[in-house]
Design a protein around this ligand. Sequence first.
Ligand SMILES: Nc1nc2c(ncn2[C@@H]2O[C@H](COP(=O)(O)OP(=O)(O)O)[C@@H](O)[C@H]2O)c(=O)[nH]1
Ligand SMILES: [Mg+2]
Length: 212
Amino acid sequence: MSGRERERLITQRQTSDRQHHGFLFSGIGCGKTLTADTLLGQSSHLRPPASSRECQVWRASSEGRSLSVVETPRWYWRGEQVEADIQAETRRAIDLSPQGPLVFLILIPVGEFTEVEQKIPDQLEQMFGRSVLHHTLVLLTCGDYLMSRSLDEYLRQEVGLQEVLRRCHGRCHVINNRKPHNRQQVITLLEEVSLRGRGYRLIHISFHSRHS
Ligand SMILES: Nc1nc2c(ncn2[C@@H]2O[C@H](COP(=O)(O)OP(=O)(O)O)[C@@H](O)[C@H]2O)c(=O)[nH]1
Ligand SMILES: [Mg+2]
């Protein structure tokens, strides 16, 4: 599938089936699996171990919605580019998700933003087309690390993260996977996504390169 075809597909899906939500995660150590657990209200202990180089798809009903969560492989960078085979597997995530609107989530742990995360928007555009950032939301994991700070206070200190947020049209949400029973954080996220086009699948892509 060409880049243009993939972009067209993403755009078309925003107006299709409103039942499912897909999430794509990429990177390592940024809380992809635990976030999938929190969103789906499940425990990863029940799951087979995920390969670090292949997409993993999880489906469940959560908060009255049918969700599809795709955990994409860890992004290994070679300079400004993610490795070609990892890009190919990440693109495949769209094929693995059920029909319906898609939302891409960039997962970044609180306190872990580096210059590598700044490359993510460009890389996403290259992989999924220029419109992808209209369907992208920054999801800050490890919300417990905010401690007593408000999100605004934290963001004020993170100039690079502000730029990524600007590219994603300011869409940002915080999740604390240490409190999976806090369903309000999930409901708020799903509502935020729903504002993007009522009834979609969410695709969350998260990237963290601390170990690259
Ligand atoms: N304190 C805290 N730790 C988290 C949170 N989310 C994930 N972690 C930790 O981050 C590490 C990586 O989590 P995991 O979900 O396996 O990340 P993945 O490699 O991106 O799938 C684990 O040690 C988790 O316990 C969070 O919200 N708060
Ligand atoms: Mg994982």
